[in-house]
Design a protein around this ligand. Structure first.
Ligand SMILES: C[S@@+](CC[C@H](N)C(=O)[O-])C[C@H]1O[C@@H](n2cnc3c(N)ncnc32)[C@H](O)[C@@H]1O
Length: 201
């Protein structure tokens, strides 16, 4: 995954659904039809929705919903970085990660709850996803699971929100089947300290 990252699809904001509801990406990301469809089409097997929020995703298999906010309708109320302590390693086929994107969002839109240790969360997903499984991330950047060598980028999407708003970026990284033969940290390809801190500028 060296070199430029190809953006596979750009989805424009705007217009209305058949029921008249506006097609706008809001704080509940998957209430926006294109974002929900984008995720639902990629759900496979046992799913972990790590910062589940309000929206219930449709899927034939099991979805484990986690959210730190006890007011959300969830199965677990854990900080996302604690998830590996509560589930078997490699026990999910798909992990969805749609956290607050920054501190300001957390304060203004999510009752002050934040998943500020993004690297810690991703490290946990590396433990929890099966070889052949996928991690779907939403955020302001396209890094996804690039810190971990056993993942290959499958798709990068931009969800546009108009001329003065930042695009929301969605990525899908699949854990290679070959990582069956190896294990966890032996696949690390990027320096841990600079991953966590964003490196020098
Ligand atoms: C962007 S919203 C998720 C929206 C969801 N995808 C939807 O469409 O309804 C982020 C969610 O992450 C939760 N959250 C914030 N910090 C968290 C943490 N450290 N661990 C787990 N969940 C967290 C918030 O309570 C909020 O519900």
């Amino acid at each position: 995954m060296n070199g430029p990252v190809a953006v596979d699809q750009t989805v424009s904001n705007g217009g209305r659904d058949r029921d008249g509801s506006p097609r706008m990406l809001s704080r509940w990301t998957f209430q926006y039809t294109p974002a929900r469809q984008f995720v639902e089409r990629r759900l496979e097997g046992r799913v972990l929705n790590a910062c589940a929020g309000k929206t219930k995703l449709n899927h034939d298999g099991e979805i484990v919903r986690n959210d730190l906010n006890p007011e959300r309708d969830a199965d677990h109320y854990l900080d996302v970085v604690e998830l590996p302590e509560h589930f078997e390693p490699r026990s999910f086929d798909t992990i969805v990660f749609d956290p607050p994107f920054d501190q300001k969002q957390a304060e203004e839109k999510y009752d002050g709850l934040h998943a500020s240790d993004v690297y810690g969360a991703l490290e946990g997903f590396e433990k929890l996803v099966r070889p052949g499984g996928a991690v779907i991330c939403f955020g302001w950047n396209s890094w996804g699971m690039r810190s971990f060598g056993a993942f290959e980028r499958e798709d990068t999407y931009l969800f546009q929100r108009g001329p003065i708003h930042r695009d929301v970026i969605a990525t899908i990284d699949r854990r290679t089947s070959s990582s069956l033969a190896t294990d966890g940290d032996s696949n690390r390809s990027v320096d841990t300290v600079s991953d966590r801190d964003g490196g020098e500028r």
